[in-house]
Design a protein around this ligand. Structure first.
Ligand code: 5HY
Length: 262
């Protein structure tokens, strides 16, 4: 199977790191292709960044449909464009916040999220509410390190994450941690070793969830909200995003056994 992992920001080194972490956990028969849009913000640190990252993200999903990908990961903790992506995709589309929160919710009675900037904490709470995770989410904390500083040589990010996680375990009643940024994926093992509790990275959790769903031949339901967008012509610079009936698959996808349902 082929999974497209989309980093909605345009920072290629983050994309490469995510792809490496994802490929380390998938089964031998699963190919992970990690991409970034060619347009948009280099990092997503608020609602405006997220809004302007979404068109490029959706263009990558539509391209993935033409290329015959079986499923998608939206590799940004805000899960930008998740429901719009599900309208475009035949296969499953999973956001990393969604995956990480659900995984943590079955590993511990409660988890805390540790993310980058304080200004994005409300976004994580909104996602917890949307996903029905508020009964498990004990707190959302931030280290106030910019997304693109996480992997800088000599960055204090790892220490800051571990210290904030310790406060979460001591003060929030959390028994597990959700890493609140795709840029933290490479630090997950080190943080878990330091803490001795489950630390969930959404990038790897999401790619394994997509892999599991595709292996079960489960696809996105197209009868309701996630049906293809209605065909119409968009104006101006967005004309190229005009929804069409269906993406024409230019690469013959591997034979898929009949769907389990219509
Ligand atoms: C992310 N921003 O995962 C989010 C993190 C955040 O560029 N990739 C980004 O702080 O929301």
């Amino acid at each position: 199977m082929r999974i497209k992992l989309i980093n909605p920001n345009t920072t290629q080194r983050m994309t490469a790191a995510m792809g490496q972490c994802a490929r380390a956990v998938v089964a031998s028969g699963t190919e992970v292709v990690a991409v970034s849009p060619t347009m948009g913000p280099p990092s997503i640190e608020g609602y405006y960044d997220e809004a302007l990252a979404t068109p490029g993200l959706l263009a990558e999903v539509e391209a993935g449909e033409r290329e015959g990908f079986d499923g998608y990961v939206i590799a940004c903790f805000g899960d930008p464009g998740l429901y719009a992506a599900r309208e475009l995709a035949r296969g499953p589309v999973i956001g990393i916040a969604e995956a990480a929160m659900h995984a943590a919710s079955v590993l511990a009675p409660g988890f805390s999220v540790v993310t980058t900037l304080s200004r994005t904490k409300a976004m994580a709470w909104h996602l917890a509410e949307r996903y029905g995770m508020t009964r498990f989410c004990r707190n959302v904390r931030a280290i106030d390190v910019a997304v693109l500083e996480l992997d800088e040589p000599g960055s204090a990010a790892r220490r800051a994450i571990v210290e904030e996680c310790r406060r979460a375990l001591d003060e929030d009643g959390a028994d597990a941690i959700v890493l609140g940024c795709a840029g933290m994926t490479s630090l997950c093992a080190q943080v878990e070793d330091a803490l001795g509790v489950p630390v969930v990275d959404g990038v790897t959790a999401a790619v394994k969830w997509v892999e599991a769903l595709v292996s079960l031949r489960l696809v996105t339901g197209k009868r309701g909200d996630f049906a293809r967008p209605l065909t119409k012509r968009y104006d101006g610079e967005f004309a190229r995003f005009s929804p069409t009936a269906a993406a024409s698959v230019t690469e013959t996808p591997p034979p898929v056994r009949p769907l389990r349902y219509g």
